[in-house]
Design a protein around this ligand. Sequence first.
Ligand code: G3P
Ligand code: CA
Length: 234
Amino acid sequence: MFINYAHRGASEYRPENTMSSFQLGIKMGANGIETDIRRSRDGLLVLFHDDTLKRVTGESGSVSDYTYAELSKFNVYDKSGKYTDKIVLFEDFLKAFSPTKLYFAIELKEKNCEEEVLDLLEKYNMREKCTITSFCFEYIKNIKKLDCRYKTGFLCDAPDEEKISDMKSIACEEVCPKADLINKENVALWHGYGFNVRAWGVADTNLMERIYDLGVDGMTVNFPDRLEEYKKQR
Ligand code: G3P
Ligand code: CA
């Protein structure tokens, strides 16, 4: 099944990685949500993309410098500055969305989150409906060591033979290549290896349409409405 992942929610239109962004993504027809995991100073897992708070909240420092109580006072702004929302706890996200039919891409942004992410995913019966991803191969390797029943995806550019072999060695299920590096030949190659192919870095509608037509199995988009519209035309 093709998955239209609302990337950090419908982040083109709402503050990324917040409830309003996820909810709008669902309303626009996304059948998946992608989000990013970090840890607060008091050890709670929260949804946040950047290394620092500056770009989306205007605050100084990083998520790890603040307790969740402190983080929850900050506003997260959308691109236009028109909408604001709050930083979300991973567990609250799971409470809200695990009962749905959505599929999830959970990206590990920091080390030492693997065990707790798995505990929470188990608690909310998420095993069959998520893929745990990272740009850091070690993190997904650790996931497989802890529980090989969880699907993993490796975020990369376009993997060379060495990376492919690393992925095979841990039975990683999904290659997540950068969208503008995808072509007909490498999609066929990766499918031939048995990987699911899910793109990231879909910067605009033209790229979205091109890789959709190449037969990828899913992509993360900031504008899930445009992808839904295109799917209807094909
Ligand atoms: O689709 C995964 C994508 O989210 C990876 O890039 O920078 O948005 O985490 P980034
Ligand atoms: Ca991400």
